[in-house]
Design a protein around this ligand. Structure first.
Ligand code: NAD
Length: 483
């Protein structure tokens, strides 16, 4: 955690370029609150260069001339180069955002490698052209899938490597070129992505990385050289990007915030459910978009579950995220910690009962820690039941029957994830069908590379992952033939 990494160049057009100014973005450890490195701050000039490189690369024969199987070979080489750096990439993410290292190895080290291999396989088995018999006038139509062009990919800090790869892998598989802008808190790890791309022999300009915050993101999104935007982040930023792309008639995939519900049914197994909720509701210290943080409990078993959830949250090991036993690390930044603490205060002010946590852990003066916190007896109208907190804070809401639980789950601005906990899979599936959301788990919540992921309502527009995630980077063209 004490290694310093000062990056001084930008990865544009396949080479390490000197940035247009000497300005830098410091990277701060959420554990020590000390500076652990820096990256250059891109300017509009740097973004112009990155977009120009991506535009030129999309037509060059070295990339545009490749058959899908040849692109798949390159993606696999890219995956191999990333795999060699898996431990370094995971440790870098942990040092930047405080993600517990065991999770970082799985989600940030391995998952991007798997995604590249998944999309390499998919693009090989997905025909680029399909022939259809035309009607009403007899003939043939060739339906082609063509790359949309230059993709602006914008990633958040919570799972920086894998959420970047949710975009980069299908975009490259489709034959697009990419300008990636990571979050300022988590840019160091993207340098290892660039090194792997270069080692794999990705043609110049196919993947470019620019640095910076919201202002550089806005400039990139509206850039005339961009054909599609793929964004993961907060709902307010997503609304802004949606407005800009609407005006430009530019396709955009928007993966935004959530406030998902866990519906615990009256037949749920206590131990299995509470163990499952530790992950489904608190993964990455609650900084995961699909967390089931509104936990709906039947009146008949309310006190039993309230006590067990409280005990679980109170017992989670809090500490140095590089320690393999840590489950709850520091939050990413002082700003995020203060936001979470102020929502906890609001929960108290609105009459919520704190059963554990409720502030910074007593033994942690340094680092952006918030103790795992449980609020009991919360009304679904309370701010802490409506707003995304993005920290280790759970709200417990009692209900009378399943219809009421489903209605409360659906009474939310968001619709991203959600879970149901029951010993009867059929009951679980029935509830899953009734909740208005883009994804849902029965006694689990596991993303599947082969199935679409995304939100409804204020949780977003469009889908990533699966064949649908590849289609999001393809334009359809119909060519009419006489016979
Ligand atoms: P954020 O919206 O502040 O920033 C996300 C990224 O967008 C950053 O790279 C930022 O620099 C950039 N950005 C911010 N405003 C922009 C704008 N107007 N135009 C262009 N770029 C802009 O979000 P964050 O705080 O980094 O991430 C946390 C949020 O992301 C949470 O709300 C969380 O739920 C959401 N999230 C959603 C998913 C999902 O798949 N639905 C996954 C992870 C995180």
């Amino acid at each position: 955690m004490t290694t310093h990494t000062e990056r001084t160049a930008l990865f544009i057009d396949g080479e390490w370029r000197t940035p247009s100014t000497g300005d830098v973005i410091p990277v701060v450890s959420p554990l020590t609150e000390q500076r652990i490195g820096s990256v250059p701050a891109s300017t509009h000039t740097d973004v112009d260069a990155a977009v120009a490189a991506a535009r030129a690369a999309r037509r060059r024969p070295e990339w545009a001339g490749l058959a899908p199987t040849e692109r798949a070979t390159l993606l696999r080489r890219f995956a191999d180069a990333l795999e060699k750096r898996a431990e370094e990439r995971a440790a870098t993410v942990t040092s930047e955002n405080g993600m517990p290292i065991l999770l970082a190895r799985f989600a940030e080290g391995d998952a991007p490698v798997q995604l590249l291999r998944y999309y390499a396989g998919l693009v090989e088995s997905t025909p680029v052209e399909e022939r259809r018999t035309s009607q009403p006038i007899p003939g043939t139509t060739v339906v082609r899938r063509e790359p949309v062009g230059v993709v602006a990919a914008i990633a958040p800090w919570n799972f920086p490597a894998v959420l970047s790869m949710f975009k980069v892998a299908p975009a490259l598989a489709a034959g697009c070129t990419v300008v990636l802008k990571p979050s300022p808190e988590t840019t160091l790890d993207s340098y290892l992505l660039a090194e792997a791309a270069a080692e794999a022999g990705l043609p110049a300009g196919v993947l470019n990385i620019v640095t910076g915050g919201a202002e550089i993101g806005q400039y990139l999104v509206a850039h005339p050289g961009v054909d599609k935007v793929a964004f993961t982040g907060s709902t307010p930023a997503g609304r802004h990007i949606g407005r800009v792309c609407g005006e430009l008639l530019r396709p955009a995939t928007l993966e935004l915030g959530g406030k998902s519900a866990a519906l615990v049914l009256d037949d749920a197994d206590l131990d299995a459910t509470v163990a499952g909720l530790a992950t489904a509701s608190l993964l990455n210290t609650g900084q995961t978009c699909y967390m089931s943080t509104r936990i709906l409990l039947p009146h008949s078993r309310y006190s039993e579950f309230r006590d067990a959830i409280t005990e679980m949250a109170a017992g989670l090991p809090v500490g140095d995220p590089m320690d393999e036993t840590t489950v709850v690390g520091p939050l990413v930044s002082a700003r995020q910690r203060d936001r979470v603490l102020s929502l906890i205060e609001q929960g108290r002010a609105e009459g919520g009962t704190v059963t554990t946590g409720g502030g910074r852990p007593a033994d942690r003066d340094t680092g952006y820690f918030v103790a795992p916190t449980v609020f009991a007896d919360v009304d679904n109208a309370a701010t802490i039941a409506r707003q995304e907190i993005f920290g280790p804070v759970l709200t417990l809401l009692p209900y009378t029957d399943v219809d009421e639980a489903v209605a409360v789950a659906n009474d939310s601005e968001y619709g991203l994830g959600g879970t149901v906990w029951t010993t009867d899979d059929n009951r679980g599936l029935d509830v899953a069908r009734r909740v208005e959301t883009g994804s849902f788990g029965v006694n689990t919540f596991n993303l599947d590379w082969g199935s679409p992921f995304g939100g409804v309502k204020a949780s977003g527009v469009g889908r990533e992952l699966g064949p649908e995630g590849l289609a999001a980077y393809q334009n359809l063209k119909s060519i009419f033939l006489t016979a």
